[in-house]
Design a protein around this ligand. Structure first.
Ligand SMILES: C[S@@+](CC[C@H](N)C(=O)[O-])C[C@H]1O[C@@H](n2cnc3c(N)ncnc32)[C@H](O)[C@@H]1O
Length: 260
């Protein structure tokens, strides 16, 4: 029987975030222009460190950004994500394109690089999955230890402004061959928690995933960065080269490991 994403799925199996979604993540993200995201990331990297050769992407998902960003400067590129199912999809895509990207499973609050890399990249809400400030500090600590002197950590944050401005778009459904989803999001303004429930049908099996993100304010991330030895070179507003403010929906941070 054909699944209908508009009707509520009965008794779906609860699974951890992205473990079932991995199969159809690229369908859910088909509105995202990864080539544009990659151009912007490349611009920020080259502007602040023209010598970047080695890149490690964190929270890479199914590798869509990696596949666009790696060729822009023939970077030596590795990419990691905490969820094995996401990495499996990323590897399959890279293999199809013969892309020279190494994928591995790793948690970005607990990783090492050997040797260190010139740049770390973590885009599209990855850090928003860290619900406690202590975990963000763990990420910063690992990032600090993973870079060459003068190396960059480029990451983005989705803000409370983003969650509030996009509240009308908080429900959507879609269906393709072998995959269907219904996504329902809600934003708790007081606690600044953004919760998304996915009901998924993957090859006839039904699943439920709950994703919880924290909408950090600009000031919160500024305060956490003051507890590190990173130099915060820039924080950009909504994919522009203008400075971020609390009114930004997405902020791209460029941090530098001091050279000396
Ligand atoms: C919204 S997705 C973005 C994926 C990818 N960057 C993209 O642009 O499509 C967030 C990703 O962060 C990953 N993630 C969340 N917490 C993580 C952690 N502690 N360590 C590594 N990856 C994590 C998830 O598995 C997921 O793939």
């Amino acid at each position: 029987m054909a699944s209908n994403p508009k009707s509520k799925i009965q008794n779906p199996k609860s699974v951890s975030p992205y473990s079932a979604l991995a199969a159809g993540y690229d369908v859910v993200m088909e509105h995202v222009d990864y080539a544009f995201w990659a151009d912007y990331a490349h611009r920020l990297l080259t502007q602040h460190h023209p010598g970047v050769r080695t890149v490690l992407e964190l929270g890479c998902g199914t590798g869509s950004l990696a596949l666009e960003l790696q060729p822009l400067s023939d970077y030596r590129y590795a990419a990691t994500d905490a969820v094995p199912e996401m990495i499996r999809v990323a590897r399959a895509k890279a293999e199809l394109q013969n892309a020279p990207i190494q994928f591995a499973v790793a948690d970005f609050t607990d990783f090492r690089t050997d040797p260190p890399v010139d740049a770390l990249v973590l885009l599209y809400d990855g850090m928003n999955y860290l619900l406690e400030a202590a975990a963000v500090l763990d990420l910063f600590r690992c990032a600090f230890d993973a870079l060459t002197p003068g190396g960059l950590f480029l990451f983005d944050q989705s803000t409370p402004t983003n969650s509030i401005n996009n509240e009308p778009y908080f429900e959507d459904v879609n269906e393709t061959e072998g995959f269907a989803y219904r996504r329902l999001s809600r934003y708790d303004r007081e606690r600044r928690r953004h919760v998304t429930a996915f009901e998924l049908t993957v090859e006839g099996e039904t699943y439920r995933e709950e994703h919880v993100q924290r909408a950090y304010t600009f000031a919160e991330i500024q305060a956490l960065l003051r507890q590190t030895d990173f130099e915060a070179l820039a924080a950009y507003h909504n994919f522009s080269m203008r400075p971020a403010t609390e009114a930004s929906e997405r902020i791209h941070w460029v941090l530098r490991l001091p050279a000396g």
